[in-house]
Design a protein around this ligand. Structure first.
Ligand code: GRF
Length: 192
């Protein structure tokens, strides 16, 4: 029997994408969502982890940026793929070297537009509306040392109407995330 592939999901906030990934793989015996990780003790993902029975880990900036503690922990748990689902911190170079092409991120816009430092959550959708864009969407990409610049693996679009508020755009985009992220994660896992 082939090795069970293990995923660790990092999030800074609610964790709805993390939950949708857990639900997607719930009957898949060859994939395990092993850990939810965050630095934010208020993050909704912690409650979801408790409810879903997924072990959670809260880490400090010091542990994440100035030590290899998190890298060592993930390696000790035999993690195959790191998924960033609404995670706001830049990934340190040592972490990227430890998981080459094994870190994927989802961004709530059509990169390379509306990406980069400070472009997260509602800031993205407000910029899309302010720019009078007629479409938005999601981008799933491999993570490199720069915010939102890694190799794009998948994009899908949704229309933006002139009457749409940033909240409406955010809702439409989150729907796309829940619809596609898990399947793309599965495709990456198959390729590992
Ligand atoms: C998503 O829109 C994601 O694209 C962005 O942050 C949001 C996270 O949502 N990076 P959730 O925490 O998965 O509910």
């Amino acid at each position: 029997m082939s090795k069970v592939k293990k995923i660790a999901i990092f999030a800074s906030g609610s964790g709805s994408n993390a939950e949708s990934i857990v639900n997607y793989f719930v009957d898949n015996v060859s994939v395990e969502v092993a850990y939810f990780l965050t630095y934010n003790i208020e993050a909704g993902i912690l409650k979801r982890g408790k409810r879903l029975g997924i072990p959670t880990l809260i880490f400090s900036k010091q542990n994440f940026v100035q030590s290899d503690a998190i890298i060592k922990f993930l390696k000790s748990q035999d993690i195959d793929l790191v998924v960033l689902a609404g995670f706001l911190w830049l990934i340190p170079p040592a972490f990227i070297r430890a998981f080459p092409d094994k870190i994927v991120n989802i961004h709530p816009a059509l990169l390379p537009k509306f990406g980069g430092k400070g472009m997260w959550g509602h800031h993205v959708h407000e910029a899309v509306v302010a720019n009078e864009e007629t479409e938005s969407g999601i981008t799933i990409h491999l993570v490199n040392e720069n915010y939102d610049e890694g190799k794009i693996l998948f994009q899908v679009k949704c229309p933006v109407l002139a009457s749409d508020s940033a909240e409406i755009v955010a809702q439409n985009v989150l729907k796309l995330e829940h619809e596609h992220f898990s399947r793309v994660v599965e495709e990456v896992l198959i390729g590992l």
